[in-house]
Design a protein around this ligand. Structure first.
Ligand code: UDP
Length: 334
Protein backbone atom coordinates (compact mmCIF):
# COMPACT_ATOMS: atom_id res chain seq x y z
CA UNK A 1 0.00 0.00 0.00
CA UNK A 2 1.27 3.43 -0.93
CA UNK A 3 1.00 6.57 1.13
CA UNK A 4 0.48 9.99 -0.44
CA UNK A 5 0.55 13.57 0.78
CA UNK A 6 -2.25 15.75 -0.60
CA UNK A 7 -1.75 19.47 -0.01
CA UNK A 8 -5.04 21.31 -0.26
CA UNK A 9 -6.80 18.01 0.47
CA UNK A 10 -9.56 19.87 2.32
CA UNK A 11 -10.30 21.91 -0.82
CA UNK A 12 -12.58 21.25 -3.75
CA UNK A 13 -10.33 19.33 -6.15
CA UNK A 14 -8.10 18.04 -3.34
CA UNK A 15 -10.96 16.39 -1.46
CA UNK A 16 -11.96 14.50 -4.61
CA UNK A 17 -8.36 13.36 -5.13
CA UNK A 18 -8.33 12.10 -1.54
CA UNK A 19 -11.50 10.10 -2.23
CA UNK A 20 -10.01 8.62 -5.42
CA UNK A 21 -6.85 7.52 -3.58
CA UNK A 22 -8.80 6.06 -0.67
CA UNK A 23 -11.22 4.28 -3.00
CA UNK A 24 -8.33 2.33 -4.49
CA UNK A 25 -6.97 1.49 -1.04
CA UNK A 26 -4.11 3.97 -0.68
CA UNK A 27 -3.19 5.77 2.52
CA UNK A 28 -3.46 9.57 2.51
CA UNK A 29 -2.26 12.43 4.68
CA UNK A 30 -3.79 15.86 4.03
CA UNK A 31 -1.78 19.04 4.50
CA UNK A 32 -4.05 22.07 4.58
CA UNK A 33 -4.18 25.35 6.46
CA UNK A 34 -8.01 25.30 6.25
CA UNK A 35 -7.99 28.88 4.97
CA UNK A 36 -10.41 28.07 2.15
CA UNK A 37 -10.89 24.32 2.64
CA UNK A 38 -13.05 22.45 5.13
CA UNK A 39 -12.07 19.86 7.74
CA UNK A 40 -15.40 18.17 7.04
CA UNK A 41 -14.38 17.63 3.40
CA UNK A 42 -11.66 15.22 4.57
CA UNK A 43 -12.92 11.67 5.14
CA UNK A 44 -12.75 10.31 8.67
CA UNK A 45 -9.54 8.39 9.28
CA UNK A 46 -7.42 10.63 7.06
CA UNK A 47 -4.96 12.65 9.17
CA UNK A 48 -4.97 16.41 8.56
CA UNK A 49 -1.69 18.25 9.17
CA UNK A 50 -3.05 21.76 9.72
CA UNK A 51 0.04 23.47 8.42
CA UNK A 52 0.60 26.55 6.31
CA UNK A 53 2.96 25.73 3.43
CA UNK A 54 4.75 29.03 4.08
CA UNK A 55 6.02 27.53 7.34
CA UNK A 56 9.12 25.67 6.20
CA UNK A 57 9.81 24.12 9.62
CA UNK A 58 6.33 22.66 9.99
CA UNK A 59 6.33 21.38 6.41
CA UNK A 60 9.62 19.63 7.14
CA UNK A 61 8.06 18.03 10.21
CA UNK A 62 5.26 16.54 8.12
CA UNK A 63 7.83 14.86 5.84
CA UNK A 64 9.75 13.65 8.89
CA UNK A 65 6.62 12.13 10.45
CA UNK A 66 5.58 10.05 7.42
CA UNK A 67 7.16 8.52 4.35
CA UNK A 68 5.33 9.51 1.16
CA UNK A 69 5.47 7.70 -2.18
CA UNK A 70 4.44 10.91 -3.94
CA UNK A 71 3.01 14.34 -3.27
CA UNK A 72 -0.12 15.82 -4.83
CA UNK A 73 0.19 19.58 -4.57
CA UNK A 74 -3.19 21.25 -4.80
CA UNK A 75 -2.99 23.92 -2.11
CA UNK A 76 -3.06 27.37 -3.74
CA UNK A 77 -4.94 30.58 -4.22
CA UNK A 78 -6.99 30.05 -7.35
CA UNK A 79 -9.28 32.93 -8.26
CA UNK A 80 -8.56 34.85 -11.44
CA UNK A 81 -10.48 37.97 -10.41
CA UNK A 82 -8.94 38.04 -6.93
CA UNK A 83 -5.47 37.63 -8.44
CA UNK A 84 -5.96 40.76 -10.57
CA UNK A 85 -6.54 42.71 -7.35
CA UNK A 86 -3.76 41.09 -5.30
CA UNK A 87 -1.11 40.04 -7.85
CA UNK A 88 1.90 39.99 -5.56
CA UNK A 89 0.01 38.14 -2.86
CA UNK A 90 -0.91 35.46 -5.40
CA UNK A 91 2.60 35.15 -6.74
CA UNK A 92 4.22 35.08 -3.30
CA UNK A 93 1.76 32.54 -1.91
CA UNK A 94 1.60 30.17 -4.85
CA UNK A 95 5.26 30.33 -5.84
CA UNK A 96 6.95 30.45 -2.45
CA UNK A 97 4.77 27.76 -0.94
CA UNK A 98 5.37 25.44 -3.87
CA UNK A 99 9.12 25.96 -3.63
CA UNK A 100 9.08 25.22 0.11
CA UNK A 101 7.08 22.05 -0.53
CA UNK A 102 9.34 20.88 -3.37
CA UNK A 103 12.45 21.48 -1.27
CA UNK A 104 10.98 19.51 1.63
CA UNK A 105 10.04 16.66 -0.72
CA UNK A 106 13.54 16.55 -2.21
CA UNK A 107 15.14 16.61 1.24
CA UNK A 108 12.93 13.71 2.34
CA UNK A 109 13.83 11.68 -0.76
CA UNK A 110 10.36 11.89 -2.33
CA UNK A 111 10.81 11.64 -6.09
CA UNK A 112 7.34 12.27 -7.53
CA UNK A 113 5.12 15.33 -7.37
CA UNK A 114 1.80 15.96 -9.14
CA UNK A 115 1.13 19.67 -9.45
CA UNK A 116 -2.24 21.38 -9.93
CA UNK A 117 -1.63 23.77 -12.77
CA UNK A 118 -4.21 25.57 -14.84
CA UNK A 119 -5.49 26.48 -18.29
CA UNK A 120 -4.87 30.06 -17.17
CA UNK A 121 -1.17 29.63 -18.05
CA UNK A 122 -2.21 29.85 -21.72
CA UNK A 123 -3.75 33.32 -21.57
CA UNK A 124 -5.67 34.07 -24.76
CA UNK A 125 -4.60 31.26 -27.08
CA UNK A 126 -4.75 31.81 -30.81
CA UNK A 127 -5.48 28.17 -31.57
CA UNK A 128 -8.19 26.01 -30.04
CA UNK A 129 -8.41 23.34 -28.67
CA UNK A 130 -5.38 24.00 -26.51
CA UNK A 131 -2.68 21.34 -26.64
CA UNK A 132 0.39 21.12 -24.45
CA UNK A 133 2.57 22.85 -27.04
CA UNK A 134 0.46 26.01 -27.03
CA UNK A 135 2.68 28.92 -25.91
CA UNK A 136 2.20 29.78 -22.25
CA UNK A 137 1.37 33.50 -22.07
CA UNK A 138 -0.79 34.13 -19.00
CA UNK A 139 -3.04 37.19 -18.87
CA UNK A 140 -3.63 37.16 -15.12
CA UNK A 141 -1.41 36.81 -12.03
CA UNK A 142 -3.05 33.51 -11.07
CA UNK A 143 -1.94 31.92 -14.35
CA UNK A 144 1.44 33.61 -14.07
CA UNK A 145 2.02 32.17 -10.59
CA UNK A 146 1.20 28.64 -11.74
CA UNK A 147 3.48 28.98 -14.78
CA UNK A 148 6.32 30.15 -12.54
CA UNK A 149 5.89 27.02 -10.41
CA UNK A 150 5.87 24.78 -13.50
CA UNK A 151 9.15 26.35 -14.57
CA UNK A 152 10.72 26.03 -11.11
CA UNK A 153 9.75 22.37 -10.95
CA UNK A 154 11.30 21.71 -14.37
CA UNK A 155 14.66 22.92 -13.05
CA UNK A 156 14.29 20.73 -9.97
CA UNK A 157 13.84 17.68 -12.19
CA UNK A 158 17.16 18.31 -13.92
CA UNK A 159 19.11 19.12 -10.77
CA UNK A 160 17.40 17.09 -8.06
CA UNK A 161 15.61 14.28 -9.85
CA UNK A 162 12.17 15.39 -8.68
CA UNK A 163 9.80 14.07 -11.33
CA UNK A 164 6.74 16.24 -11.75
CA UNK A 165 3.41 16.00 -13.54
CA UNK A 166 1.95 19.43 -14.25
CA UNK A 167 -1.79 19.04 -14.77
CA UNK A 168 -3.40 22.01 -16.45
CA UNK A 169 -6.97 21.91 -15.19
CA UNK A 170 -9.61 23.50 -17.31
CA UNK A 171 -12.86 24.24 -15.41
CA UNK A 172 -13.31 21.73 -12.59
CA UNK A 173 -17.02 21.28 -11.92
CA UNK A 174 -19.59 18.92 -10.44
CA UNK A 175 -19.42 16.85 -7.27
CA UNK A 176 -18.63 13.32 -6.15
CA UNK A 177 -21.37 11.15 -7.76
CA UNK A 178 -21.78 9.33 -4.42
CA UNK A 179 -22.39 12.65 -2.68
CA UNK A 180 -19.36 12.41 -0.38
CA UNK A 181 -17.83 15.76 -1.40
CA UNK A 182 -18.73 18.84 -3.38
CA UNK A 183 -17.91 22.47 -4.09
CA UNK A 184 -18.12 24.95 -1.22
CA UNK A 185 -16.21 28.21 -1.53
CA UNK A 186 -16.70 31.29 0.59
CA UNK A 187 -17.49 33.56 -1.13
CA UNK A 188 -18.59 31.43 -4.09
CA UNK A 189 -17.36 32.92 -7.36
CA UNK A 190 -17.40 29.93 -9.72
CA UNK A 191 -20.13 29.95 -12.31
CA UNK A 192 -21.91 26.63 -11.70
CA UNK A 193 -22.19 26.74 -7.87
CA UNK A 194 -22.83 30.47 -7.96
CA UNK A 195 -25.74 30.08 -10.40
CA UNK A 196 -27.12 27.12 -8.44
CA UNK A 197 -27.04 29.10 -5.19
CA UNK A 198 -28.93 31.87 -7.00
CA UNK A 199 -31.52 29.36 -8.24
CA UNK A 200 -31.94 28.06 -4.70
CA UNK A 201 -32.49 31.60 -3.42
CA UNK A 202 -29.34 31.39 -1.30
CA UNK A 203 -27.52 34.13 -3.21
CA UNK A 204 -28.34 37.10 -5.40
CA UNK A 205 -29.10 36.28 -9.04
CA UNK A 206 -25.87 35.34 -10.83
CA UNK A 207 -24.39 38.09 -12.97
CA UNK A 208 -23.28 37.18 -16.50
CA UNK A 209 -19.87 38.81 -16.86
CA UNK A 210 -19.92 40.26 -20.36
CA UNK A 211 -21.96 39.47 -23.48
CA UNK A 212 -19.70 41.12 -26.06
CA UNK A 213 -17.03 38.41 -26.44
CA UNK A 214 -16.20 37.10 -29.89
CA UNK A 215 -18.02 33.81 -29.25
CA UNK A 216 -21.27 32.39 -30.69
CA UNK A 217 -23.54 33.90 -28.01
CA UNK A 218 -21.18 36.63 -26.80
CA UNK A 219 -20.39 34.95 -23.46
CA UNK A 220 -17.07 33.16 -22.76
CA UNK A 221 -16.50 29.51 -23.56
CA UNK A 222 -15.04 27.17 -20.96
CA UNK A 223 -14.26 23.45 -20.91
CA UNK A 224 -16.05 22.06 -17.84
CA UNK A 225 -14.49 18.81 -16.63
CA UNK A 226 -16.03 16.69 -13.89
CA UNK A 227 -14.02 16.91 -10.69
CA UNK A 228 -14.10 13.11 -10.29
CA UNK A 229 -12.63 12.69 -13.78
CA UNK A 230 -10.04 15.32 -12.91
CA UNK A 231 -9.19 13.41 -9.73
CA UNK A 232 -8.85 10.17 -11.72
CA UNK A 233 -6.30 11.87 -13.99
CA UNK A 234 -4.03 12.45 -10.96
CA UNK A 235 -3.86 8.72 -10.36
CA UNK A 236 -3.50 7.92 -14.05
CA UNK A 237 -0.37 10.04 -14.47
CA UNK A 238 1.62 8.55 -11.58
CA UNK A 239 3.10 5.62 -13.56
CA UNK A 240 4.23 8.07 -16.26
CA UNK A 241 6.62 9.62 -13.76
CA UNK A 242 8.81 6.51 -13.88
CA UNK A 243 10.01 7.76 -17.27
CA UNK A 244 10.34 11.47 -16.56
CA UNK A 245 8.43 14.66 -15.92
CA UNK A 246 5.24 15.28 -17.88
CA UNK A 247 2.60 17.95 -18.50
CA UNK A 248 -1.00 17.35 -19.51
CA UNK A 249 -4.00 19.50 -20.34
CA UNK A 250 -7.19 18.12 -18.79
CA UNK A 251 -10.65 18.87 -20.14
CA UNK A 252 -13.42 17.31 -22.18
CA UNK A 253 -12.60 19.17 -25.37
CA UNK A 254 -15.95 21.00 -25.65
CA UNK A 255 -16.50 24.67 -24.94
CA UNK A 256 -19.73 25.76 -23.27
CA UNK A 257 -20.77 29.38 -22.89
CA UNK A 258 -22.02 30.98 -19.72
CA UNK A 259 -25.51 30.95 -21.22
CA UNK A 260 -25.16 27.21 -22.07
CA UNK A 261 -24.33 26.55 -18.42
CA UNK A 262 -27.34 28.46 -17.11
CA UNK A 263 -29.59 26.60 -19.57
CA UNK A 264 -28.17 23.26 -18.39
CA UNK A 265 -28.90 24.15 -14.76
CA UNK A 266 -32.47 25.04 -15.70
CA UNK A 267 -32.86 21.73 -17.62
CA UNK A 268 -31.45 19.60 -14.84
CA UNK A 269 -33.17 21.33 -11.93
CA UNK A 270 -36.44 22.25 -13.58
CA UNK A 271 -36.11 25.69 -12.00
CA UNK A 272 -35.39 29.08 -13.48
CA UNK A 273 -31.90 30.47 -12.90
CA UNK A 274 -32.34 34.14 -12.07
CA UNK A 275 -29.58 36.24 -13.61
CA UNK A 276 -28.49 39.75 -14.44
CA UNK A 277 -25.96 41.17 -16.89
CA UNK A 278 -22.76 42.82 -15.80
CA UNK A 279 -19.48 44.02 -17.28
CA UNK A 280 -16.64 41.70 -18.25
CA UNK A 281 -14.53 40.36 -15.38
CA UNK A 282 -10.96 41.54 -15.73
CA UNK A 283 -8.52 38.78 -16.70
CA UNK A 284 -11.14 36.48 -18.29
CA UNK A 285 -10.08 35.05 -21.69
CA UNK A 286 -12.92 34.55 -24.22
CA UNK A 287 -12.34 30.84 -24.77
CA UNK A 288 -10.44 28.04 -22.99
CA UNK A 289 -11.01 24.59 -24.46
CA UNK A 290 -8.60 21.71 -23.91
CA UNK A 291 -7.11 19.10 -26.11
CA UNK A 292 -6.51 16.15 -23.78
CA UNK A 293 -5.29 13.87 -26.55
CA UNK A 294 -1.87 13.47 -24.97
CA UNK A 295 -3.34 12.43 -21.62
CA UNK A 296 -5.68 9.97 -23.32
CA UNK A 297 -2.97 8.47 -25.51
CA UNK A 298 -0.28 8.18 -22.85
CA UNK A 299 -2.33 7.12 -19.82
CA UNK A 300 -5.59 5.67 -21.16
CA UNK A 301 -7.55 8.27 -19.15
CA UNK A 302 -11.14 8.78 -20.31
CA UNK A 303 -13.70 11.06 -18.69
CA UNK A 304 -16.63 9.10 -17.25
CA UNK A 305 -18.94 12.10 -16.79
CA UNK A 306 -18.36 14.11 -19.93
CA UNK A 307 -21.68 15.82 -20.60
CA UNK A 308 -22.54 19.24 -19.24
CA UNK A 309 -25.87 17.94 -17.93
CA UNK A 310 -24.21 15.13 -16.00
CA UNK A 311 -21.70 17.54 -14.50
CA UNK A 312 -24.45 19.95 -13.51
CA UNK A 313 -26.63 17.10 -12.17
CA UNK A 314 -23.99 16.06 -9.61
CA UNK A 315 -23.40 19.70 -8.62
CA UNK A 316 -27.13 20.27 -8.21
CA UNK A 317 -27.49 17.08 -6.12
CA UNK A 318 -24.68 18.21 -3.83
CA UNK A 319 -26.21 21.63 -3.25
CA UNK A 320 -29.68 20.19 -2.68
CA UNK A 321 -28.29 17.75 -0.10
CA UNK A 322 -26.02 20.34 1.52
CA UNK A 323 -27.65 23.75 1.18
CA UNK A 324 -25.23 25.26 3.67
CA UNK A 325 -22.20 23.49 2.23
CA UNK A 326 -19.83 21.91 4.71
CA UNK A 327 -21.18 24.14 7.47
CA UNK A 328 -24.07 21.72 7.92
CA UNK A 329 -23.53 19.56 11.01
CA UNK A 330 -23.76 16.12 9.38
CA UNK A 331 -20.56 16.54 7.39
CA UNK A 332 -17.39 14.53 7.43
CA UNK A 333 -18.98 11.13 7.26
CA UNK A 334 -17.46 10.22 3.90
N1 UDP B 1 -18.85 33.83 -14.81
C1 UDP B 1 -19.97 34.69 -14.85
N2 UDP B 1 -20.55 35.02 -13.65
C2 UDP B 1 -20.12 34.57 -12.45
C3 UDP B 1 -18.99 33.70 -12.43
C4 UDP B 1 -18.39 33.37 -13.63
O1 UDP B 1 -20.40 35.11 -15.91
O2 UDP B 1 -20.70 34.93 -11.41
C5 UDP B 1 -18.20 33.43 -16.07
C6 UDP B 1 -16.75 33.87 -16.18
O3 UDP B 1 -16.65 35.11 -16.83
C7 UDP B 1 -16.13 32.74 -17.00
C8 UDP B 1 -16.97 31.52 -16.68
O4 UDP B 1 -18.16 32.02 -16.09
O5 UDP B 1 -16.29 33.02 -18.38
C9 UDP B 1 -16.31 30.57 -15.71
O6 UDP B 1 -15.86 31.32 -14.59
P1 UDP B 1 -15.38 30.61 -13.26
O7 UDP B 1 -15.11 31.69 -12.26
O8 UDP B 1 -16.35 29.56 -12.87
O9 UDP B 1 -14.04 29.87 -13.66
P2 UDP B 1 -12.68 30.41 -14.36
O10 UDP B 1 -12.87 30.20 -15.83
O11 UDP B 1 -12.46 31.83 -13.96
O12 UDP B 1 -11.64 29.48 -13.80
Amino acid sequence: MARYLVTGGAGYVGSHVVLALRDRGDEVVVLDNISTGHRAAVPKGVPIAEVDLADQRQVGEVFAAWHFDAVFHMAALSLVGDSMKRPLHYIRTNVNNSVILAEAAIKAGVKRLVFSSTAAIFGVPRVTPIGENTPAEPVNPYGESKLMVEQALAWADGANGLRTACLRYFNAAGADPLGRAGEDHMPETHLIPRAILGALGRAEPVSIFGTDYDTPDGTPLRDYVHVTDLAAAHLAVLPRLEEGSVAYNIGNGTGYSVKDVLAAIERVSGRPVPHSYGPRREGDPPSLVASSERLRAETGWRPAHDTLDEIVRTAWAWHMAHPEGYAAPMRGAA
